[in-house]
Every structure is written in C-alpha cells, then in structure tokens.
Design a protein around this ligand. Structure first.
Ligand code: NAI
Length: 331
C-alpha cells in the first residue's frame, strides 16, 4: 500500500522516514494540505495520511474513495475534523494515534501557565536589551492555588498530578470521574461550581457538541476576577468573542492558548510577511496577558517518534487484514 502524505513539514518527513525503516512502506510526501482541490493527488494511493488542519469532509472523502483510497491515517489523537459518517458510507477505514505523549501536552499546559505567570518571555527580551528592571514582572506563587481541570482523561490526569506536585489544590469536572485521581486528592465538582472556585482553568476535553464553547460568556461571568484560562485541547472549546470581552473588562487575568477556533488559516504556516485577515487573533495578540502558541503542545521528539510508529503500524495492521484494529475511529 502506498501513502499519500498531506501537509508534510520537514519534521514529519524526518520522523516518518526513520520509523519507516522498520516497515518499508512507499510514502509520497505532499506539502499541500488536503482539501477538495488537492484530493486528486491521492489518486491510486490506498492510504492517505492527514493532520488536524486538513479538510476531511464528505466531499473530500467521496473524492478520495473514487480515487481508490481505502484507509485514512490520522497522525493525531483528535478526530473532530473528520466526517465519520461519510467515511463509513464510502467504506473508508479511519485509524488514529490515540495516545502518543500525553506528558508532552500536559507539560506544555504547565509551560503556558509558568510563562504567563512569571513573564519569562518578557524578561528574556528585556534583558537582551540591557533592561534589568523588574517593573511589571510580578507573578504569583502557584503553591496553594486552586486549579480546575476540565476533562481528566490521559492528558488531564497527568496535568492534575503535575499541578499537585507543585502544591496546588486540584479540582476537576468530567462526566466520567477517575477513581485513582479521586484517591489522590482530586475533588470532582459540578462545572459551574468549578468555574466559581478556581484560580486557573485548564481544558483537556475533546471537542464535541457538549464541549463546544464550554468557555462562553456565562462561564466567564461565574469565574473569579483575575482567573487564568489555559487551552491546549481544541480552539472551539472557547468562545473567543466572550473571552476577548472578559480580557477587555479585566475579568480574565490571563489567557494561554495553544489552539484557536480559526487556526486552520494560520497555524503551521510562516505568515510573517502576510497581513493577517483574522481580526480576532490580532485582537487576542494585542493583550499583554495573552500567550498564543501555534498548536505545539504535542511537539516533542518522543511524541513525533510515537506518532510515526503508530501511524505506520496502523497501516500495517490494516494491510494484514487484522480483525481487531484498536485504533479505528467509529461513530
Ligand atoms: P482522553 O479521551 O483520554 O480524555 C478526554 C476526557 O474528556 C475523558 O476523560 C472524557 O470523559 C472527558 N470529557 C468528555 N466530555 C466531557 C465534557 N463534556 N466535559 C468534561 N470532560 C469531558 O483524551 P486526551 O488524550 O486526554 O486528549 C484530550 C484532548 O487534547 C484531545 O481531544 C485533543 O483535542 C487535545 N490534544 C491536543 C494536542 C495539542 O497538541 N494541542 C495534542 C493531543 C491532544
């Protein structure tokens, strides 16, 4: 089976070529992202490999199936960008990488918190310009603060433990509480209750109908003044307009995001010579207490190695017609 690999970056090719030494599967790397116009590139490739910002809607899936694609390999955990129904209709199997390094994402959430709090990004620039003043660099002790974790799956559970390690009190909301975490002192609350109690909120739920805009103006109105909101999960968990309002009136003290509602047009691209037409991201980046990273929470050597290996193993299992495909995405 041949793979049409979309949205290729240099690091993708490096890690996939290395992992592929054990599989020897032919891979055609395309720099372009997958969409209705580029789907024809996958003609006569039984496998297509996509990332989170590729378009994999009904139209694209139909075109891929017409061209002979039998399997779509998601080199991601999240699959909210895939039309699962259309894939089933066209008998295209979907295989993902459910976990590569939950530590990578949990640690990036902590990096956002630390940077926003202690302003190391500003200190770095100041000192390089011989400005050794401490004015406006005041932070706060994380020790003793209350942290709310929304979604305590693989990533959220690690994040919760990491925060406990720093001496924070951790509370959580998840429709399926984790007994182990509870034994370790994490208290589950109702969502509205959590919003009202915590100093820091970190989002670790998948994006679905129930979690879309889970941070909206109602949620913000319940939060403590000066709250820090961290999102390393999916952009649309946050209603960006509501959060901008909260930042403008000072209710939200800090915002750290690795994902953004409209990120498809921006992230993973070098747009440094371009006028950005998205006024919302431009407004967000104008706040001194907002930190944006471009979907890099997963981006560690360990995670890239695991993503490449699991993706190729998924295809190998599919090609071997294994009856049990544990990483298959179904409705
Ligand atoms: P997981 O499936 O292990 O955990 C998700 C948790 O969310 C589960 O415990 C589930 O019960 C809970 N949940 C479901 N609906 C909920 C709701 N309405 N309210 C609160 N909790 C709810 O997923 P994992 O591996 O922990 O990943 C979480 C998310 O992180 C992924 O869905 C993905 O969107 C994001 N992610 C982001 C990456 C990045 O680079 N920024 C990389 C990898 C994942």
């Amino acid at each position: 089976m041949k793979i049409a690999f979309f949205n290729t970056k240099s690091y993708d090719q490096a890690y996939f070529d290395k992992a592929n030494e054990a599989f020897d599967i032919p891979i055609n790397y395309f720099e372009t992202s997958l969409n209705a116009d580029t789907a024809t590139l996958a003609r006569e490739h039984e496998a297509v490999c996509v990332f989170v910002n590729d378009t994999v809607d009904a139209e694209v899936i139909e075109k891929l199936a017409e061209g002979g694609t039998k399997v779509i390999l998601l080199r991601s955990a999240g699959f909210n960008h895939i039309d699962i129904e259309a894939a089933e209709k066209h008998k295209v199997t979907l295989l993902r990488v459910p976990a590569y390094s939950p530590h990578a994402v949990a640690e990036h959430a902590l990096a956002l918190i630390m940077t926003l709090n202690r302003k190391t990004h500003k200190a770095y620039n100041r000192v390089r310009e011989n400005n050794f003043s401490l004015e406006r660099l005041t932070g706060f002790d994380l020790y003793g603060k209350k942290v709310g974790v929304i979604g305590t799956g693989k990533i959220g559970a690690i994040f919760a433990r990491n925060m406990q390690g720093l001496g924070c009190e951790v509370v959580a909301f998840d429709p399926y509480p984790d007994d182990e975490l509870e034994k370790q002192g994490v208290k589950y609350l109702e969502l509205d209750e959590l919003f009202g109690e915590v100093d820091i909120i970190s989002l670790h739920t998948p994006l679905n109908d129930k979690t879309h805009h889970i941070i909206n103006s109602h949620a913000v109105s319940l939060m403590k003044k000066g709250v820090m909101i961290i999102n390393t999960s999916r952009g649309a968990l946050i209603d960006t307009k509501a959060v901008i309002k909260g930042l403008k009136d000072g209710h939200i003290g800090y915002l750290g995001i690795d994902v953004y509602e409209q990120e498809e047009q921006l992230f993973f691209k070098d747009l440094s010579e371009t006028i950005i037409p998205d006024d919302m991201i431009a407004r967000l980046m104008s706040f001194p207490n907002v930190l944006v990273t471009a979907h890099q929470a997963f981006f560690t050597a360990e995670a890239l190695t695991e993503i490449a290996h699991t993706t190729l193993q998924n295809l190998q299992d599919f090609a071997d017609e294994k009856s049990d495909l544990p990483n298959e995405v179904k409705r």
